[in-house]
Design a protein around this ligand. Structure first.
Ligand SMILES: [Zn+2]
Length: 385
């Protein structure tokens, strides 16, 4: 197990764009999509377009590409210079980048007419999807924009809800980091400032730093720590976030938990999320022996980063459940359910798991293109209404 690297902020956030009531503070917007530019030849040519599209540009060399890409946690688009594909190293690099962030678009820079056909075929087989001439601003803009729109339509929208500032991260930071690695959109909603467990200002700062490191939006409610109830006020707060963010997956506390705030947030979240297709309950250190997970998410690729994330909760450093050894041991234990395919895992109780339509599009369903035809019953006779 490599030692955790020093923590750092990993994303520039976009504007705070969700329409939320005054009871919910949006602390951090969604991270900007990251575009990796390998090699500096086209750095200047691509910059204006990428800036206009609201992307964060990261320029590096092919030699450092994997280290930089791994530390980013997520990237949406990669420019590779054709010279890098001249030998096997380049082919391996594209394959590794593809494995690291499976939904990222990887393109070769240059005009396709000038590229060697063997280089082009090898690149396509490795995972390159297109060739873009970076000096053609219109083609460049179209390629990046289309790719970001398609990736956004494919992405899951993940909402993780916790009662206190470190709950979500302890329970499912690995899974959230893995969602980000795959290009999914992640939001964290914390229902209190955790004033009983430490200085409020410090706890909010720690929450912000961890959300930045994960690459998540952060929303904070200010319910009284240790006295959160599951009533209509809490339900309405969670409902407002569900309406604004429209999640496809929710992670929340289990009801099998000794902490009254955790049980209350679980109950309120279930009431507020009636239309969300997938809800899973994570394990807290205060979970009871009745916590009975049946879903296990492999976090091998991100377990070191989960330890990094938890190390940011400096105000809670005396808590034994935040010790790296405990975090790693827990993840190792739960991976027995996935052995031998995974070494580290996070456990979840399945509250709801409904399949979604195979594809989502940005277009609304219209009368001209309904989801499915109305099926006639009663031998074709009209059903009385
Ligand atoms: Zn808690």
């Amino acid at each position: 197990m490599p030692a955790p690297r020093s923590p750092r902020a990993l994303n520039d956030s976009t504007a705070l764009d969700l329409a939320l009531p005054d009871t919910i503070q949006q602390r951090l917007g969604a991270p900007k999509p990251v575009v990796l530019v390998l090699g500096s030849t086209y750095e200047e040519a691509t910059a204006p377009t990428l800036d206009r599209l609201g992307c964060r540009r990261v320029t590096t060399t092919t030699a450092n590409a994997m280290d930089v890409a791994a530390s980013l946690g997520n990237f949406s688009f990669v420019f590779v210079e054709p010279e890098a594909m001249a030998d096997e190293e380049g082919i391996y690099l594209v394959r590794d980048l593809h494995a690291l962030s499976p939904n990222a678009t990887i393109v070769l820079t240059g005009a396709s007419s000038t590229l060697d056909s063997k280089v082009l075929v090898d690149a396509m087989r490795a995972g390159v999807s297109d060739v873009v001439d970076p000096t053609d601003a219109i083609a460049l803009s179209k390629a990046v924009d289309n790719s970001l729109v398609a990736a956004s339509a494919r992405a899951e929208r993940v909402l993780a809800i916790g009662a206190h500032p470190d709950d979500v991260e302890i329970g499912c930071a690995g899974t959230l980091l893995d969602h980000r690695r795959r290009g999914d959109s992640v939001s964290v909603l914390t229902m209190s400032h955790g004033q009983v467990g430490g200085d409020v200002g410090q706890r909010i700062q720690e929450s912000t730093a961890t959300a930045q490191t994960i690459g998540a939006r952060l929303m904070l409610a200010d319910l009284p720590d240790t006295r959160i109830d599951s009533g209509v006020d809490t339900i309405q707060m969670i409902e407002s976030v569900v309406q604004a963010f429209d999640p496809t997956i929710i992670y929340v506390h289990s009801k099998n938990d000794n902490h009254q705030d955790h049980r209350a947030v679980h109950t309120a979240a279930i009431s507020a999320s009636r239309r969300v297709p997938q809800i899973f309950a994570y394990q807290s250190p205060s979970a009871t022996n009745d916590f009975a997970p049946t879903k296990f998410v492999a976090i091998d690729e991100v377990v070191v980063r989960k330890v990094e994330v938890l190390s940011l909760f400096d105000s809670q450093r005396e808590r034994s459940y935040l010790e790296p050894e405990m975090v790693i041991a827990g993840a190792r234990y739960w991976a027995r359910n996935l052995a031998p395919r995974a070494r580290y895992a996070e456990p979840f109780e399945v509250i709801r798991s409904m399949s979604a339509p195979p594809t989502r599009t940005a277009r609304p369903v219209t009368a001209a293109a309904p989801l499915a035809p109305v099926v006639a019953i009663n031998d074709g006779q009209k059903v009385p209404t």
